[in-house]
Design a protein around this ligand. Structure first.
Ligand code: PHE
Length: 513
C-alpha cells in the first residue's frame, strides 16, 4: 500500500542520513515529518537492529497568534518608539494614535516605551524619543522561538508565556543511531515458510522475520459464566469446605408426593393451590414412587403407606391431619416448588443406608438449582428462581446447633449478626426465618428459611427417631443482585439481559465486599 511505500521511503531516508552522521535528531533532521510516521519507520529498522533510537518526550515553546504578529511587525513599544523617533518635532498622543491606527497597541506600547526610557514627554507635553536607537528584544526572542523552538532564558520564556505570546506544546522527537546491522538497504524478511522455499532449498539462506513476542494478542470473545452461576460457584465452595455432598437436581418435574406429601404438607395446603404451583396437564399422572433401577433396594411401598397414614390418621406418636388423603392428588405432576423435594428423596435414600454401626450414617447434602412458583412477576420476583439448600442429618441434633451452624455458614459469605425469627413450615418444627441487618437498606432483611424436619416426615421414611435433620434454604438471586448491584431481576434473567453485562462482570467473592 501507499503508506507502506512511504514508510519504506522514510526508512531508507533515515538510513541514508545516518550514513553521513553519527547521531540524528529528528527535530532538526526531519522537522516536518509526523512523529507517528517516524516511529513506524524507526520500529521497522529497529526490529532488524539496523538502527537504535531513543524517544524524547518534551514540551517546546511555540508562538501564539499575537506572538506571530509581533515576530513579523515588532513589539507595540518598538512600533511606538519608531513613530515618535521619526517625528522630529515630537508628537501629540492623538497624532501617535492616528499614525499607529490601533488604540490598544498605542496604549500598551506607550506605557512600555516609557518604562524602557525609550521615549519621554517634552516641555510642551509632546512625546519625544529619548534614545537614538533600540533593540526590540521581545521580537528577537519571539523570532528565535519561531525558528528554533527553544528559549535559553527561562525568565524570558516565563514572561512571554505570561503575556500570552508563547505557549508550550507537547513534542515527540527521536535521537537516532546506527544499530549493529546498519546498512543502506533493507533486505526483505520472510514471514512464512512456503512449500516453494522447501522445494527450491531457498529456505537455507532466507532471512526470517523474528517473532514479536511482545505483540498483544487479538481480543478473544470467549464464553462467560452468568453472574448467577458465578455466585453458585462460590456457594458450592462454601458447602464443599464444610463437608457437604452435592445432590443431583436434574428432576424439574416431581410428583405431588415428593414435592408435598412426603414433606407432610397437607393436600389442602394453600401452597398446593394453582396460585403457587405449576401443575403439569400431560401426562395426567405420575406413577407411584418406585425403584429407579435394580440396585435400588429401598422400600417404596412402606414409605407410601406411612405417608398416607401420617396424613390420614397419624403414626409414630403424631395424631396426623385426619383428613381423607387422595392418592390422585399425590400423583399429580408439578414443576418442583422447592429443592426440598430433592432433599427428601436423598434422606429417604439415607434411611436405607447402613454405616459401620448398622445405622444410617450422618450426612450433609446441598443443592443449588431452579424451582418454580406461580407468583406475580415484579422487579424482584420471577416465576422461577434458584434455591440454595442444605440439609444435615445426624444423631441428637438440637436447635442451638442449627443456629450455630447458620452463623458459621453465613459468616463464610461475610454476613454476620444473624437474627432468628420463629416461623412456620409444614415440614419443620421448630422453623426459623433468618434475618441479617442490611446496611444499604438500613433494616433487617430476610436471608433464609430453616428448621428441623418433623418426625412425621423423617420417621415415615424409616429414619431412626434419634436422627435429626436440619434444613435451610435461600434464593441464589438475592445475594447475586446485591453483589452485582442489580435492582431489577429482569436485568439478570430473561430476554432483557444485556450480554455485555454478563461478559464484562468479574467473578465475585462472597466474603469480600
Ligand atoms: N423449602 C423451604 C423454602 O422453600 C426452605 C427450607 C428448606 C426450609 C429446608 C426449611 C428446611 O423456602
Amino acid at each position: 500500500t501507499s503508506t507502506n511505500a512511504s514508510s519504506g521511503d522514510l526508512a531508507l531516508t533515515i538510513l541514508a542520513a545516518l550514513s553521513k552522521a553519527e547521531t540524528l535528531s529528528s527535530s532538526t533532521d526531519f522537522p516536518n515529518t509526523k512523529s507517528s510516521d517516524l516511529k513506524a519507520a524507526l520500529d521497522r529498522l529497529g526490529s532488524r537492529s539496523m538502527v537504535s533510537y531513543k524517544q524524547i518526550d518534551q514540551e517546546i515553546p511555540v508562538l501564539e497568534s499575537e506572538g506571530e504578529l509581533i515576530a513579523e511587525h515588532g513589539s507595540h513599544e518598538a512600533r511606538v518608539f519608531e513613530v515618535v523617533r521619526q517625528a522630529l518635532e515630537g508628537l501629540s498622543i492623538a497624532d501617535l494614535e492616528k499614525t499607529i491606527g490601533d488604540k490598544s497597541v498605542t496604549k500598551l506600547g506607550q506605557g512600555k516605551a516609557f518604562k524602557e526610557k525609550w521615549i519621554s514627554k517634552g516641555k510642551d507635553g509632546r512625546l519625544v524619543a529619548s534614545v537614538e536607537s533600540i533593540t526590540d528584544w521581545t521580537r528577537e526572542h519571539l523570532k528565535t522561538i519561531q525558528t528554533t523552538h527553544t528559549c535559553p532564558d527561562t525568565k524570558v520564556l516565563a514572561e512571554l508565556k505570561k503575556r500570552k505570546l508563547v505557549r508550550l506544546q507537547k513534542d515527540i522527537s527521536f535521537s537516532i543511531e546506527k544499530g549493529p546491522k546498519f546498512a543502506l538497504e533493507i533486505t526483505k524478511e520472510e514471514t512464512d515458510l512456503t512449500d516453494e522455499m522447501l522445494s527450491t532449498g531457498s529456505w537455507r539462506t532466507a532471512l526470517f522475520k523474528p517473532y514479536n513476542f511482545n505483540a498483544l494478542g487479538a481480543d478473544q470473545h470467549t464464553g462467560a459464566l452468568h453472574p448467577l452461576m458465578k455466585v453458585r460457584q462460590e456457594f458450592r465452595h462454601i458447602f464443599f469446605e464444610l463437608g457437604f455432598e452435592e445432590m443431583a437436581t436434574d428432576r424439574f418435574v416431581e410428583s405431588g408426593f415428593w414435592n408435598f406429601d412426603a414433606l407432610f404438607v397437607p393436600q389442602s395446603h394453600p401452597a398446593r393451590d394453582l396460585q403457587d404451583t405449576f401443575f403439569i396437564s400431560d401426562p395426567k399422572q405420575a406413577g407411584k414412587p418406585h425403584a429407579e433401577d435394580e440396585n435400588d433396594k429401598k422400600d417404596y411401598d412402606t414409605y407410601w403407606e406411612n405417608v398416607r397414614a401420617i396424613h390420614e390418621q397419624g403414626k409414630f406418636g403424631s395424631i396426623g391431619y385426619r383428613y381423607n388423603w387422595q392418592k390422585e392428588e399425590s400423583l399429580r405432576l408439578v414443576l418442583r416448588t422447592h429443592t426440598t423435594a430433592v432433599s427428601t428423596a436423598m434422606l429417604h435414600k439415607l434411611a436405607a443406608t447402613r454405616g459401620p454401626d448398622g445405622r444410617p450414617p450422618p450426612a450433609r447434602y446441598f443443592s443449588i438449582d431452579r424451582v418454580f412458583r406461580n407468583e406475580t412477576v415484579d422487579a424482584t420476583h420471577l416465576a422461577e428462581f434458584h434455591q440454595v439448600e442444605g440439609v444435615i442429618a445426624d444423631y441428637n441434633l438440637t436447635l442451638g446447633g442449627l443456629m450455630d451452624f447458620m452463623t458459621v455458614f453465613f459468616e463464610k459469605m461475610g454476613i454476620y449478626d444473624l437474627r432468628f425469627k420463629p416461623a412456620y413450615n409444614p415440614y419443620t418444627e421448630p422453623s426459623m426465618e433468618i434475618f441479617s441487618f442490611h446496611k444499604g437498606l438500613n433494616k433487617l432483611v430476610e436471608i433464609g428459611n430453616s428448621g428441623m424436619f418433623r418426625p412425621e416426615m423423617l420417621e415415615a421414611m424409616s429414619l431412626p427417631s434419634d436422627m435429626k435433620v436440619y434444613g435451610w434454604g435461600l434464593s441464589l438471586e438475592r445475594p447475586t443482585m446485591i453483589k452485582y448491584e442489580i435492582s431489577n431481576i429482569r436485568e439478570l434473567l430473561g430476554h432483557k439481559v444485556d450480554l455485555n453485562f454478563i461478559e464484562r462482570n468479574p467473578a465475585v467473592r462472597l466474603d469480600k465486599n
